[in-house]
Structure formats: structure tokens, C-alpha cells
Design a protein around this ligand. Sequence first.
Ligand code: NAD
Length: 329
Amino acid sequence: MRNDSVKVGVIGVGHLGQHHVKHYAGLPNADLVGIYDSDRERAESIANKTQSKVFNDLETLLDAVEAVSIVTPTRFHSDVAERCISEGKHVFIEKPITKTLEEADKLLLIAKEKGVLIQVGHIERLNPALLALKPYTLNPKFIEIQRLAPFTSRGTDVPVVLDLMIHDIDILLSLVDSPVKTIRATGLSILTDSVDIAHARIRFGNGTVASIMSSRVAKDKVRKVKIFQRDLYATIDLLLGLTEVYKVVNNPDDNPDALITAPFDYGGSERFIAYEKPATTSGDALKMELDNFIKSVQGKETPIVTGKAGRDALKVAMDIQRMIIQDIH
Ligand code: NAD
């Protein structure tokens, strides 16, 4: 292990936390010191699989590390993160950052006082299909996002807006460089006492409109983003890792990357629609996220999703959730 490796621990080693453990164990800049889970049996079983050390309590783990991943159910993020940050530890918090805005604001404040990093696990930002749009100049006018998932009891400690839709809110805020102006939203409870299906229409200050729909009552998983702007239409399948772009060009020879170019006759002048499938890079998004966290702790990179970005996504999610509650009562 190199001397400048970051000593890191994982708190909460359930469905997702076990993958944090696996990736830290393989990252060259990270020194996985150990794990803590309030379910001792669960911790032992993950420790056996990953040859990691189990800590009996949070305090002892914190004494031994510089940074942690917090992968507990969302309702515990705030308490656990506050304890870690107060001890001067850098924190990677799984999404959503917390379950209330007040909790998120408090964490940002104490992190600033203590001079530590907060990074938030909005993993879709590293989805190769979304990263494939980098070469394009985006100026979206309308964005449609749909996320459907079959029901599982995991994540139901929060409404679907905080569990699933928040991924897309974060994507949206990263695509539109303008403040949210108005939100209209509606939703329904189907299987839980909380909101299981949600739809929101968001208008930004620059006129961009987004329609986002999330449901945890579905037969199959769907995760699709569609972007419309002047002379360009892009569809991104986050699940399949497929990005397709249709754009209007004046000369078919200008676009050697196009797979197909077809004439497009409108308004008297012939132009062309070029169909492109931009290359996607392979790579595990979680591993890339944690690598970015470790390098950010080392001062070699900056966090892809900051605590502030996690807080901003939560703010929009809370506004949507509030509107849904008003709408259904
Ligand atoms: P999970 O229920 O499978 O695992 C949570 C683990 O935390 C359990 O082992 C539990 O015993 C442990 N735990 C509970 N309270 C604790 C505490 N106070 N201290 C230490 N350990 C504690 O949940 P999960 O599906 O792994 O989700 C965990 C978090 O990850 C949630 O916030 C969820 O929103 C997020 N998540 C993110 C993504 C993503 O795509 N980025 C995907 C799934 C889950």
C-alpha cells in the first residue's frame, strides 16, 4: 500500500455498501481499513467475502480512517454523516444526501467549518451513455426523463421522488444551466403509504421545460432521457448504455461520424439529418465515483457531485414531493 493512500471505511454494507467495500479494496489510492454495520452478522458476512476488518462501533472505525462511505438507509444519513464530519472525516454519502433539506444544510455547514469534503452518490452522472454526450454542444429546450423499476422494499423508507426521481433531478440540473422557475407535480400511492409514482413538469428560468416521471410499480426497468433542442434530438438509454443523436446538418460530407445521413426537406432548402451513435466508454460507474472521491480527498481531483449539488437536487425533490402531497389531499 502506498504511503499517500487514503484510509477509508464503509458504514452500512447492505445491497449497495458491499460494492463500495469491493471497489475500495481494489483502488490503488485507497487503503480499506474496515467496515461497520449495525447488523453485526451482515458485517461479518461481507468481511469474510472481502477479507476486510469489522469494527464493533462507529467511533472505533472513525478513529482509524480519514474518509468514509455512508451507505445506510437514507433516514440514517444525517445522524451518521454528522458524527463522521464532526470527527473531521471526509464523507461520500449515497444519494439522496439526507431526507430533509434542513439536515443537508446542517451537514454542509459543519463540513465547511471542519474543512472536509462531502461527495454525494448521484451515480448516473457517470453513466457512460450520458458521458457520451460530452462532444455535443447542448442547449436543451425540452427534456423528458422516465425511470421505472419493479417494486422492492429497499428504498421505501422514502417516497419515490427521493428514491428514484432524485437521480433524474440531478441529471436535469447538470444539463440545464439555469435556475428552476416553476414546478408542477402529481403522484400516487399504489403499494406503500408513501408516493410510489410521481410526475413533475419543471420550467427553468431560461425557458427550458422538463417532464420527469418515476415509478416503483413497474414490470420492467426503464431509464430513458430524451433531449430536444434546435436541430438536435438525443435519446439516452441509461440502462442499456446506448446514446443516439439525430442532428440537422447542411452538408452530409461535414459529418464523417454519421452512420446514416438522410435528406431533410423543409422550407425550400435541402438539409440533412445525420444519425450518430457516439462511442461510450466502458467502466464501472461506482468504481469511477469512488476513485474520484479518493482523489478529491487527496486534492488531485474535484468531486463530480459535490455536497452542494446533492443538496440542490434534494431541494427540487422536496418541492416536488410537497406539491404532490398538496395535489393528492
Ligand atoms: P440496504 O438496506 O440493503 O443496506 C443498508 C445497510 O445499512 C444494512 O446492512 C443495515 O444493517 C445498515 N445500517 C442501517 N443503519 C445503520 C447505521 N445507523 N449504521 C451502520 N449501518 C447501518 O440499503 P441499500 O439498498 O444498500 O441502500 C443504502 C443507501 O444507498 C440508501 O441511501 C440508498 O438510497 C442508496 N442507494 C443508492 C443507489 C445508487 O444508484 N446510487 C442504489 C441503491 C441504493
